[in-house]
Write a protein that binds this ligand. Structure first.
Ligand SMILES: Cc1cc2nc3c(=O)[nH]c(=O)nc-3n(C[C@H](O)[C@H](O)[C@H](O)COP(=O)(O)OP(=O)(O)OC[C@H]3O[C@@H](n4cnc5c(N)ncnc54)[C@H](O)[C@@H]3O)c2cc1C
Length: 444
């Protein structure tokens, strides 16, 4: 896709959005929904029509090789909304003093018609997300089939490897390094495809940073039941290749080596904060600092989604969340505020801007488990575990008597009712809650 025409020559507003994923795409469409009449340019280095990322580590891995990931919007929708989608193009730097960005083809072999070297913006939205970390472990980055999982190309690479190895999959050993959500989802999909899967985790338990112990234990046992080997408290020290047999192994600090015909690294992400740093925006631990309106420290530059550090009523000044919901809500807030400022520019009146104040939620699918989380567990000091069956449970987190978060496994009712109770500050009878026989609906 190319620019629809030369650089704007009228005095209309130009909103340039860097990053066409969950945050960027939704910001572009929300701008139009709000009535923004200026030019909207949505730029991404990724050449694929913007797609949903969550399926990449889940069901998409088990679909035919040539299936495309589900698109966020049909291509025609961009045209209808007058959004100029510019794919395969990287924004290389921001010249914040004269409101311009410079761009170039992300892949130097691609020719982009009418690609100007510099683009002038009225509003610039950074929706640059994050990229996977491959830790500097000897032999890891150069290992045979060392894979990560962030974008469509990563998922295609894993799918084509599975296809290539199809006849020998029962003896194809994949080591997943890191037992966070993405690592575990990929482990489940790989296992479903028929591979032998070992998950190696440095912490005492899986999902240690993001879930309660009860959830970790339940999820680990479901994985083991399905034949995934889970090894916690193991530090990966090196990846080695046997000179005689060619067998590749992941060596841990207990000196035990695990066969690894392929390695999927899922140890976390690094925020794509280079553009923001180069524009001298305020940053926090690599993330772009924004206020509750999604404005960065420089007027005219906004940031949304995984790349941000933002103030949140309950979780503090420097909250950072990596989730679709967070990307969507922040996109809406930024778009509303950009439109408000743009519309008010003619009247010289300062509009009242909208604040971001959503309760976070998240989901994950692994084997027959649907995990749904609402709120963040960080501030909790006590919890109630509610077991409904050997397949369904929920963990209710309280600060004193105030419900602040619910984790639900195969219990959509707990997720929905819990989320409502958090938002409405509804008191919950903990003793009754604990009794999995009592119908949840009668407690609220
Ligand atoms: C495999 C996987 C599974 C997930 N599962 C879930 C889930 O089940 N539930 C959930 O809530 N969340 C899930 N997430 C997280 C969720 O996808 C992210 O929170 C979300 O994608 C964040 O959106 P974003 O637009 O902020 O950033 P990203 O999706 O990271 O997109 C950023 C975009 O910016 C582009 N970009 C960066 N720098 C430049 C530049 N200089 N020039 C041009 N383009 C640039 C990148 O190419 C990229 O397309 C998952 C993520 C992954 C990877």
């Amino acid at each position: 896709m190319v620019f629809q025409g030369p650089e704007t020559t009228t005095d209309q507003d130009v909103c340039v959005i860097v990053g066409a994923s969950h945050a960027g795409v939704n910001c572009a469409f929300e701008l139009r929904k709000q009535g923004f009449e200026g030019r909207v340019l949505l730029i991404d280095a990724d050449p694929h029509l913007p797609y949903h990322r969550p399926p990449l580590s889940k069901a998409f891995l088990n679909t035919p090789l040539n299936d495309a990931p589900p698109p966020l919007k049909a291509q025609a929708a961009y045209e209808r909304a007058g959004i100029e989608l510019v794919l395969g193009v990287k924004v290389n730097d921001i010249s914040a003093n004269d409101n311009t960005i410079s761009v170039a083809a992300a892949d130097s072999s691609t020719v982009h018609d009418a690609l100007p070297a510099a683009i002038t913006y009225t509003h610039l939205v950074l929706a640059t997300g994050a990229r996977p970390i491959v830790p500097p472990i000897p032999g890891l980055s150069t290992a045979t089939h060392c894979l990560v999982m962030r974008n469509a190309s990563d998922a295609y690479a894993l799918k084509s490897l599975l296809e290539e190895k199809q006849p020998v999959l029962p003896d194809f050993h994949v080591v997943v390094v890191g037992a966070g959500y993405i690592g575990l989802e990929a482990a489940a999909s790989l296992r479903k495809a028929g591979a032998k899967v070992t998950v190696i985790e440095r912490e005492k338990r899986i999902l240690a940073r993001v879930a309660s112990e009860a959830v970790s234990t339940h999820v680990a046992s479901r994985h083991e039941e399905q034949g995934v080997t889970i090894l916690c408290e193991r530090n990966v020290q090196a990846v080695q290749q046997d000179a005689d047999t060619g067998v590749q192994t992941v060596v841990c600090d207990n000196d035990i080596a695990y066969r690894a015909d392929a390695i999927l690294v899922g140890v976390g992400v690094r925020i794509n904060g280079e553009l923001a740093a180069q524009a001298e925006l305020e940053m926090n631990k690599g993330a772009v600092c924004v206020d509750a309106h999604m404005q960065t420290s420089r007027p005219g530059i906004w940031a949304i989604g995984d790349c941000t550090s933002f103030p949140q009523r309950e979780y503090g000044e420097n909250t950072h969340i990596e989730s679709v919901q967070n990307a969507l809500e922040q996109a809406k807030v930024a778009a509303k505020n950009i439109h408000l400022l743009s519309a008010a520019a003619q009247s010289n009146l300062l509009p009242a801007l909208v604040d971001y104040a959503a309760t976070p939620w998240f989901w994950s699918d692994q084997f027959d488990m649907k995990l749904q989380m609402v709120g963040l567990v960080g501030l909790a000091d006590n919890q109630v575990v509610r077991v409904e069956s050997d397949r369904a449970l929920s963990v209710w987190h309280f600060n004193g008597d105030k419900l602040i978060s619910v984790e639900a496994i195969n219990s959509p009712k707990a997720y929905v009712l819990g989320g409502r109770a958090i938002n409405n500050n509804t008191p919950v009878d903990k003793a009754k809650l604990q009794d999995g026989e009592i119908n949840l609906a009668t407690l609220f």
